[in-house]
Write a protein that binds this ligand. Structure first.
Ligand SMILES: Nc1nc2c(ncn2[C@@H]2O[C@H](COP(=O)(O)OP(=O)(O)OP(=O)(O)O)[C@@H](O)[C@H]2O)c(=O)[nH]1
Ligand SMILES: [Mg+2]
Length: 442
């Protein structure tokens, strides 16, 4: 029979024909089941059961087949290659990360069918650069404001909702305000300073409406933060050595990368030292940042002596006539040696090679850890003596008030704040701008 005969026969079928053929088929099935020994009383239910089972299996097979066809169809890449080439920091350079903390960035998420960029091919410890979407051009202030959005809505948002609709200011309101300030990580000392200033005004009859409370808080915060900070004088030594310390995961390497980029753009010749020999991938991660910033990285293998890296990095910085050496350090160690003792040893090595070095020890703190950051700062300051603090991840937390606590309670200046993972997401800390970014209404 030709295929068109078959089509004709199908076309001429009536509903009765179909029912008849179907019943015939069920009877055939029943006969077959009878030969298998199925009792007469169960023949029809068993036949329907078999039919149902077969239909389900066929349906599943069809679905699987369709899925296979769909997955085999090549998908288009999300980004045309030239777009990736235009922005160096967007290039899918692998960012190397600690073992269990590996997160796949957007490029790593590429479906297996899409040909992966060779550099992105997921080694277990490689993390892709997360910054692919072009961000609109924003001013420094707008970027800071955006980065502080969570802190803004938690701290100032709560203050505003407390003040909303109030017609008079009394002691009870100040008590409620005190609670809000304490829970916003501003620290006890700052909170008391702020409340006392408000009480003084209230007693003098100079605090009448909510806007005055808001304005006074803003001015007092600026006063607390405006401690005399001597900026780092990079020209006071050559090479000027900055040793970057901090517990693991706070953002030391990222901060070094961002800082190297800024300093190099400002015309300084920068060398990086990969003093974190704890993690296999730490030096690679620094090399990726070095490449982005266009600066040389001095490194040894995993497990090497951090002192030996410091020695080589110092020698190289002198030999290359570098203006600035930024030395990364580990937040953890392989050995049982205390981290602080190891840092002191590295500090001695640097001083032996470049008298007076390190000229600044910069502690990196993760703002999302809130009061814990303050504890870490005290520990490191006691052990190695800090010249400055870089507070990272302000963009991801509502605990940005910790900046105020650190500035008010430690004698160490907050020099930089990190407000994102991109190359230009490190800002010199500016108290005036910081408070305005928090309090200014859009
Ligand atoms: N959102 C945000 N993420 C940041 C910031 N700074 C660093 N990070 C992220 O924090 C993670 C840890 O950063 P690293 O620079 O590897 O931290 P580290 O202190 O060198 O860590 P170890 O080498 O393990 O001690 C990375 O995923 C960074 O992208 C920041 O300002 N904002
Ligand atoms: Mg690191």
């Amino acid at each position: 029979m030709r295929w068109y005969d078959l089509v004709d026969r199908v076309r001429n079928l009536t509903v009765d024909d179909v029912i008849e053929k179907f019943t015939g088929f069920i009877e055939l099935l029943a006969q077959w089941l009878r030969t298998l020994g199925v009792p007469e009383a169960h023949l029809m239910p068993a036949a329907w059961g078999v039919l149902y089972l077969v239909a389900t299996i066929v349906a599943l097979l069809v679905v699987l087949l369709l899925l296979k066809i769909v997955r085999r169809t090549p998908k288009k890449k999300k980004y045309p290659p030239q777009q990736i080439e235009v922005e160096p920091e967007v290039e899918a350079e692998p960012e190397v990360e600690a073992g269990p903390e590996v997160e796949a960035g957007p490029e790593v998420e590429a479906e297996p069918e899409v040909e992966a960029e060779p550099e992105v091919e997921a080694e277990p410890e490689v993390k892709a650069e997360p910054e692919v979407e072009p961000t609109p051009q924003l001013s420094l202030f707008e970027r800071l404001k955006l980065g502080l959005a969570k802190t803004q809505s938690s701290l100032v948002g709560q203050v505003d909702s407390l003040l909303r609709g109030r017609t008079e200011i009394d002691e009870e309101l100040l008590e409620e305000l005190e609670e809000v300030l304490i829970t916003s990580d501003l620290g006890m000392k700052t909170t008391q300073q702020l409340i006392q200033a408000l009480e003084k005004r209230l007693a003098a009859g100079k605090l009448k409406d909510p806007d005055q409370v808001r304005e006074l808080l803003k001015q007092e915060l600026k006063k607390i933060l405006a401690v005399e900070v001597r900026p780092t004088d990079f020209s006071s030594a050559s090479p000027f050595v900055i040793m970057v310390v901090g517990v693991n995961g706070v953002g030391k390497t990222t901060t070094i990368g961002k800082l190297a980029n800024q300093l190099s753009l400002a015309g300084h010749k920068v060398v990086l030292g990969a003093g974190d020999t704890f993690r296999a991938a730490a030096a690679e991660q620094l090399e990726v940042w070095g490449k982005r910033a266009g600066v040389e990285v001095i490194r040894h293998g995993e497990g090497a002596d951090p002192g030996a890296v410091a020695f080589d990095a110092a020698r190289a910085a002198v030999a290359r006539k570098a203006d600035i050496l930024l030395l990364d350090t580990a937040g953890r160690l392989h050995t049982k040696i205390n981290l602080m003792e190891e840092l002191k040893k590295v500090r001695r090595v640097l001083d032996r090679e470049i008298p007076g070095a390190p000229h600044e020890i910069l502690l990196v703190l993760d703002a999302t850890t809130g009061q814990n950051a303050l504890i870490q700062a005290r520990m490191f300051h006691e052990a190695v003596g800090l010249g400055g603090i870089a507070l990272t991840k302000l963009d991801g937390t509502a605990k940005g008030g910790i900046v105020v606590a650190i500035a008010a309670e430690l004698s160490v200046p907050v020099r930089y704040v990190g407000i994102g993972e991109k190359l230009d997401d490190l800002r010199p800390f500016d108290a005036e701008m910081f408070v305005s970014a928090l309090f200014d209404r859009p």
